[in-house]
Design a protein. Sequence first.
Length: 220
Amino acid sequence: MDNRFIHNRLTPYDCVVIMIDCQLQFVLTINAMERHRLIRNAVSLAKTARMFSIPTVFTTIGEESFGGPIFPKLREVFSEENIFPRTTMSLWEDDRIVTAIEATGRNRLVMAGLWTDFCVVRSVTQALERGYEVFVVTDVCGDLSPWAHDDAIRRMIRAGAVPVTWLQLLLELEYDPEHKHQNELYLTMVKEHAGAYGLDIEYPLGAVNPRRGKKMTKRI
């Protein structure tokens, strides 16, 4: 693995989030993890990108046939202008998507989607070939079987990609001192989406300062 950049912290100013084929019919085929958890994680990743104003690109394939529509809760987070339907297996074979990514001027890509062993692995490896630094959000990827998913993750790591989770990404981005004013949004985010970590945050807030615990109920 090329480890020149894996210790350089991601910031809200240097990356692009790319979500590949997070579509309803595809998710029905997923057996590598619980489907409702995959959808929840995908929404959490999208909300993280929105919270830090990170450029985000959604791609779909076969919406009217085998892929189905994008997860409805993702449409609630971003508008249609962020979604690029395509007919190619790799996003790098679609000039519109390439142009949208290049227009950001950023060289670090946070990528996730379905299926891990096909459209995701092809798009990730081609991004690495183009000189991008790639971080794969492993818990926002899914496949037909655990073996297919795990083999694809290993293949991408060997090619030079760095594995992360959506929560790990959130924590890394929140570390940026310029975003401390978003602390309330951050706490709301982890309470609603981060499972046990959210409960760990919520308990002391409610126990030590019940009024503050009740206050932070705004949804993002």
